[in-house]
Write a protein that binds this ligand. Structure first.
Ligand SMILES: Nc1ncnc2c1ncn2[C@@H]1O[C@H](COP(=O)(O)OP(=O)(O)OP(=O)(O)O)[C@@H](O)[C@H]1O
Ligand SMILES: [Mg+2]
Length: 412
């Protein structure tokens, strides 16, 4: 039989699909932009009423009114105007809160913490990396007291962590992290902008997408970013080392000057883009679902990763913290309880104290382009109230546990 695998390429050309990050995001944005009172539901669900706003600043309502009037007098072009819901409730968006915070709050997160990066990594597919990344990122950004600036970097060309919550503006630049890394190796949007005199700082700033939260941004990936791997293997010796160190030396420091907490989601592979991240990050979180395959896969991953990191230029000296996290844990399942116990026993102190529970709420959140923290109980369509409550309680405990660990590394 005359068989030619080249027909696969021909099929690929016929497949109708968004060809660029821009198209993909526009399709995705339309799909998930559910409205409430004419506002994106993800923004609406985090709006605050006047007494919550006043409480946030530790003021009485009348002091809040006075301060708001003062702020608006100073900003006549762009006053903070509350959103009227019917005739009764007055709601403020978190973007309003952000502007007032920047004006009135003198204490900021970076006064007490160094910028810190954490890679969320495991070679096992579908074990909960992207869910953990998104949940932690939204949870950290919603921490009004500390109010860190958070960003998600998605390094998975096949993944969509962060895309769901990404908002796109008219004048957006559609630049991925791989476009940035390949700026000296190919003629791409980044090399062109550099040629036009823009600085790398300016380009990185424009590569960040805004989200439904003012202090959370995303850097995204796209399937064409797989070309990074081809380039990596085509280079030799010092050129390969330079490429491996580029993110650490030239890109991450700029991102760290813009954000306090950088969470990096990774693909389920042992591949050059992950090595580049291992070479750069301060922390590594390893999610593992307490199931047979995930357990074996994580065992294997932990063995291989130490050897891998040893061979990197910095030999892992940059990594100050690493722990396993038990995620997507159904504590009603005997099988999962057994594997969760095995993980805890093997990891000892190297496992996060709190687990992330299995819940329909995470699935409903991901189907509607949100994290579980962006859902509201009265809007649930597929999740039972008790299941939602469990998911929120588990997320809160998981967050708390992660923040304690994060601060061990980031405190000044
Ligand atoms: N705690 C949870 N409860 C219920 N479902 C969950 C939970 N965590 C993850 N899931 C679901 O499991 C699936 C895989 O999760 P996720 O995408 O986070 O894994 P991943 O490790 O990032 O996968 P990949 O390796 O493909 O990138 C998703 O459908 C997700 O919604
Ligand atoms: Mg993923």
């Amino acid at each position: 039989m005359d068989f030619n695998f080249r027909h696969l390429e021909a099929i690929s050309e016929k497949m109708d699909h968004p060809a660029s990050l821009e198209e993909a995001l526009r399709v995705n944005f339309k799909k998930s932009a559910e409205l409430e009172e004419g506002i994106d539901v993800r923004i609406y669900n985090h709006m605050l009423n006047k007494s919550q706003m006043a409480k946030h600043f530790g003021w009485s309502i009348s002091k809040f009114n006075d301060q708001l009037a003062l702020f608006n007098k100073l900003n006549p072009q762009q006053p903070v105007v509350h959103y009227l819901q019917g005739k009764v409730k007055q709601l403020f968006s978190r973007f309003d809160l952000d502007r007032l915070k920047r004006h009135f709050d003198t204490d900021c997160y970076s006064d007490h913490h160094k910028p810190t990066s954490c890679l969320i990594s495991s070679h096992k597919g579908g074990t909960g990396k992207s869910t953990s990344t998104l949940t932690l990122a939204v949870g950290l950004a919603l921490d009004d007291k500390r109010y860190p600036k958070v960003c998600i970097i998605d390094t998975d060309p096949q993944g969509t962590c962060g895309a769901a919550i990404t908002h796109i503006a008219e004048d957006e630049q559609f630049i991925t992290i791989v476009d940035l890394i390949l700026r000296n190796h190919e003629d791409n949007i980044v090399s062109q902008l550099l040629g036009r005199g823009f600085s790398l700082e300016q380009i990185i700033e424009s590569a960040a997408f805004s989200t439904h939260l003012p202090n959370l941004s995303t850097f995204l990936s796209f399937p064409t970013d797989d070309r990074f791997t081809d380039l990596f293997w085509s280079l030799k010796g010092q050129e390969r080392v330079d490429l491996l160190c580029d993110f650490k030396l030239n890109i991450l420091p700029i991102i760290k000057s813009m954000y306090d907490i950088i969470l990096i989601d990774s693909p389920p592979q042992d591949s050059p883009i992950i090595w580049m991240m291992y070479e750069a990050v301060d922390m590594v979180l390893i999610p593992c679902s307490p199931k047979n395959y995930d357990y074996i896969s994580t065992k294997n991953f932990l063995k291989n990763i130490s050897n891998r990191i040893d061979k990197l230029p910095s030999q892992g000296k940059n990594i100050q913290w690493s722990k396993v996290a038990i995620v997507n844990f159904n504590s009603d399942s005997k099988h999962e309880v057994k594997y969760s116990d095995l993980i805890r026993k093997a990891c000892g102190e190297h496992v996060l104290n709190a687990d992330l529970a299995h819940s329909q709420a995470f699935l409903e959140a991901s189907e509607t382009g949100r994290s579980v923290l962006d859902l509201k109980k009265n809007q649930l369509k597929k999740t039972k109230g008790t299941d939602y409550d469990n998911a929120i309680a588990s997320t809160t405990a998981f967050m708390r546990s992660f923040i304690i660990e994060l601060h061990k590394v980031s405190s000044k």
